[in-house]
Design a binder for this molecule. Structure first.
Ligand SMILES: CC(C)(COP(=O)(O)OP(=O)(O)OC[C@H]1O[C@@H](n2cnc3c(N)ncnc32)[C@H](O)[C@@H]1OP(=O)(O)O)[C@@H](O)C(=O)NCCC(=O)NCCS
Length: 379
């Protein structure tokens, strides 16, 4: 069968917007067949990053593929410690179902990597689900990406019941400058910590940063002393820019959901939280920059999570709270989440230039650090 020719070019907002949105709606991603509604702005997932691009593939005036990329500086764990690297993140690769296995996806990835290289990017990385075989084969076999980190995505449904926060705990919102100073001081050497953290904290999608500590513990002196035990979190409102819809929940999840609502109906006195309907578009909050320090900080993390939940339950659109942490991070024990809804993410990486290649061996062969900074702009 002779394949038709296609061209790769930059996205043009006025003529491509509706076509890209239509393509996004037609492309179900991964085994959960999730679909993204970008609410009129297909670039919404990249435009908050320092440098970004969107490329499209066009075949006989039809838009058959799209890819997005962004560039940023982050902390990586090579020697000397706290080294920085220029990273390119690949996201939003979609090829129209009837144009697949025709090299469109590969050409889009190749052109994006060329753009990264022309911008002196040292590494390209991407995130996918392990079960997305098409994406895994494309990146790992064809483009030689290697498995790098396996963070855990934790999901907790939002319900109308408010959680009580222990009266011995103080939760305070901190100003952007204070949050930046705390993050640079305590998370600056965390893997993938973005050098432009201030841009994230100042973004309109950022709802704020909160610290928790025990009343009566030593005071918070932002440039100096911190309490013996304390914790911090920031919240990003993803629902403001896109909505998510799940096409197919795993069988175990569906059975659980059905039994859960049955029990809820039979025993209303139990006040079971209602499960959101994942099959119609919903928004979510993303908790990021979670940090804990001190012997009693686990309790403080739980209090912060309750606080964020209560904030989300007052919002009409927010149906779940999502967070992503390093695969071996102890935080998992303190962040409320539903195991059936939570999953493992897979990050794959590739060196793009000599400098990157030299550091690459070290980077990809070191034991994954327990903590990881997941940039809310890349959700
Ligand atoms: C993943 C996707 C972009 C691939 O696009 P594509 O244009 O079909 O890719 P290509 O034709 O360039 O294929 C390149 C290689 O990827 C692999 N591949 C592509 N589709 C595959 C599939 N269904 N099963 C297994 N491997 C597949 C193969 O190794 C293929 O090389 P080959 O054709 O020489 O065997 C496309 O299937 C898609 O849009 N899927 C839905 C969205 C998605 O999952 N995006 C990735 C998010 S990370």
């Amino acid at each position: 069968m002779a394949f038709k020719k296609f061209i790769i070019r930059s996205y043009e907002g006025h003529s491509d917007r509706a076509k890209v949105e239509d393509l996004e709606r037609r492309c179900k991603v991964g085994p959960s067949e999730s679909v993204l509604d970008t609410m009129g702005d297909p670039m919404c997932r990249i435009r908050n990053s320092p440098i970004y691009i969107m490329l499209v593939a066009e075949m006989e005036n039809e838009l058959v593929g799209v890819i997005q990329g962004l560039i940023k500086m982050v902390t990586v764990h090579t020697h000397p410690p706290k080294d920085m690297a220029k990273l390119g993140y690949v996201l939003g690769l979609r090829v129209s179902p009837h144009s697949r296995r025709n090299g469109v996806g590969s050409s889009l990835v190749q052109r994006l990597e060329e753009w990264f290289t022309s911008n002196d990017v040292e590494y390209a990385y991407m995130a996918t689900e392990k079960e997305n075989h098409a994406s895994m084969n494309l990146f790992m076999e064809k483009f030689c990406y290697t498995k790098f980190r396996t963070p855990t995505i934790l999901i907790n449904p939002v319900n109308s019941h408010l959680f009580e926060i222990s009266s011995d705990i103080e939760i305070a919102m901190v100003k952007v400058e204070e949050a930046e100073s705390l993050y640079r001081r305590f998370m600056g050497s965390t893997e993938f910590f973005p050098s432009d953290i201030e841009n994230i904290l100042r973004n309109k999608l950022n709802l704020g940063t909160w610290v928790a500590y025990f009343k009566g513990d030593s005071d918070f002196c932002l440039d100096g002393k911190v309490p013996n035990s304390w914790a911090m979190v920031s919240v990003w409102n993803c629902g403001e820019i896109f909505k998510l819809k799940i096409g197919k929940a795993p069988l175990s999840c569906m059975l659980f959901t059905k039994s859960w609502s049955l029990i809820g109906r039979m025993f209303p006195c139990m006040k079971l939280p209602t499960l959101p309907n994942f099959f119609s578009p919903f928004g979510f909050y993303f908790m990021y920059g979670l940090y804990q320090e001190g012997p009693l900080s686990g309790k403080l993390v739980r209090a912060l999570c309750k606080f964020v939940h209560n904030m989300a339950s007052r919002s009409e659109q927010c149906k779940i709270i999502v967070t992503e942490i390093g695969g071996k991070d102890d935080l998992i024990h303190h962040i409320p989440h539903w195991k059936l809804l939570s999953c493992e993410d897979l990050w794959c990486i590739k060196a793009l230039n000599n400098e990157g290649t030299n550091k690459f061996h070290e980077l990809s062969n070191t034991q994954p650090p327990t903590t990881l900074f997941v940039d809310p702009r890349e959700v």
